[in-house]
Design a protein around this ligand. Structure first.
Ligand code: PL4
Length: 412
């Protein structure tokens, strides 16, 4: 018999989102939906999964990409590194803030999504690396570190090898960087999942300064950058001078273009980045991608190119505006009940505080009394306790109905 990788046994509980789906199924089995009673239908404001159709110009790009594969002059096979045109376009469209010094195509790696890249990036650092996360954070940073062996043993509250840097109302959801340990890989997400907070320029400057001083590498997750509406808030870590020497950035077409099922993302790995021993991180990332990844779908890349045309960018804005409209409904409804919230203005997540309550209990209460599915804050880390994350991804009618039902939670 083969033996199991012991790191799989080190993972605590199930991955958060399947666990929520399991609890939903369990609840629906106990309290079935009745098609004759629409009020019994469960509405999901839980997982951050897009719901609206891909907009026409981008959709036509996908269709044309598929059509090209069916004719000899358009057919293409493996495209390991990603279309050159797409990499150049990403550099021009998303990184104009980099002081007139755009990224070269070989610093931009096309992939099947940000989550997959985060998992693969963790292979660069190995089991002896030090890991730091914002607490709360997207679970992949921690769970992926458990799989590489970098997370250390479970201590009851968290993993011993991970520094959890609290992001709470008390520090306006920006961590105390004096607690960042030297030589750590620091996963930083802005706009943040789950808090919805967006780091200001001065905060990102502080982050880059701290990372450079302490020899840390920032893995900057910008998956929600296109939701930023305040022009003063940076959409990329590379808007900050010096970031090229201390940061990689993962990003995705999932949330701006509705590509959660299409699968297309990218990672920027500047050539300035080196390990302590002087080796190039860009060269290693190229090696990892070449070894265990075989390129993003040609069809998805055709869709990505369409998304970066002027019409596509307009559609991206339109789609994000739609979900931001949902976010506004949710936040207004919660605040109307006296629930204190952050997020939802430059991000699709609302982070709602239920002081003194266990977040899994509040999750169960909202599910039972309102038949609305949410995500309990504790699933994102110890500092998420007593919070609930509301996702703004949903059909407008469902979101409005969910907001109405939330009234059953009563005045707080
Ligand atoms: C459920 C901060 C959602 N099964 O689609 P990708 O891989 O390009 O991007 C995934 C991603 C990357 N970075 C951040 C994210 O929040 C997400 C998606 N997160 C959520 O509800 O938190 C979807 C989760 C999905 C998953 O596990 O990622």
């Amino acid at each position: 018999m083969i033996s199991r990788n012991p790191r799989l046994g080190a993972l605590k509980a199930g991955y958060l989102f399947p666990e929520i789906a399991r609890r939903r199924r369990e609840f629906a089995a106990a309290y079935p939906e009745d098609p004759a009673k629409p009020e019994t239908r469960i509405i999901s404001l839980g997982v951050g999964n897009t719901t609206e159709p891909i907009l026409p110009h981008i959709d036509r790009g996908l269709i044309e990409g598929a059509r090209q594969l069916g004719v000899p002059e358009g057919y293409s096979g493996y495209q390991d590194e990603g279309l050159l045109e797409l990499r150049e376009k990403i550099s021009r469209v998303f990184y104009p803030e980099t002081g007139g010094d755009p990224f070269s195509a070989d610093e931009i790696f096309i992939s099947d999504g940000a989550k997959c890249d985060i998992g693969r990036l963790q292979l660069l650092f190995g089991p002896d690396s030090k890991v730091a996360v914002q607490d709360p954070s997207y679970p992949v940073y921690v769970d992926g570190s458990v799989l590489t062996g970098a997370a250390g043993p479970w201590t009851g509250e968290g993993y011993g090898g991970i520094s959890y840097l609290p992001c709470t109302a008390e520090n306006s959801y920006f961590p105390d960087l004096s607690k960042l340990q030297e030589n750590s890989v620091f996963y930083f997400c802005s706009p943040n999942n789950p808090t919805g907070a967006v780091a200001a320029k001065a905060q990102l400057e502080e982050l880059v300064t701290a990372a450079k001083k302490k020899g840390c590498l920032i893995v900057f997750d910008a998956a929600y950058a296109e939701y930023i509406r305040d022009p003063a808030l940076p959409k990329t870590i590379f808007a900050i001078p010096g970031a090229r020497e201390c940061a990689v950035e993962v990003n995705s077409f999932s949330k701006p273009a509705g590509f959660t099922g299409v699968r297309l993302g990218w990672t920027v790995v500047p050539k300035e980045l080196h390990y302590a021993g002087g080796e190039s991180i860009n060269a290693d990332w190229n090696r990892v991608m070449g070894t265990i990844f075989n390129g993003a779908s040609n069809i998805a890349q055709a869709g990505g190119l369409a998304a970066l045309s002027p019409e596509g960018l307009q559609e991206i804005r339109q789609l994000c505006d739609f979900y931001l409209g949902n976010a506004k409904c949710i936040r207004t409804a919660l605040e109307g009940l006296g629930v204190s919230c952050v997020g939802g203005d430059n991000s699709p997540y609302i982070w709602a505080r239920f002081p003194g309550r266990d977040s899994w209990d509040v999750f169960a209460e909202i599910l039972k009394s309102c038949r609305v599915l949410t995500t309990p804050g504790a699933g994102f880390g110890p500092s998420g306790q007593s919070f609930i994350r509301f996702s703004a991804f949903g059909h407008r009618q469902d979101v409005e109905e969910a907001c109405e039902r939330l009234g059953k939670l009563g005045q707080r």
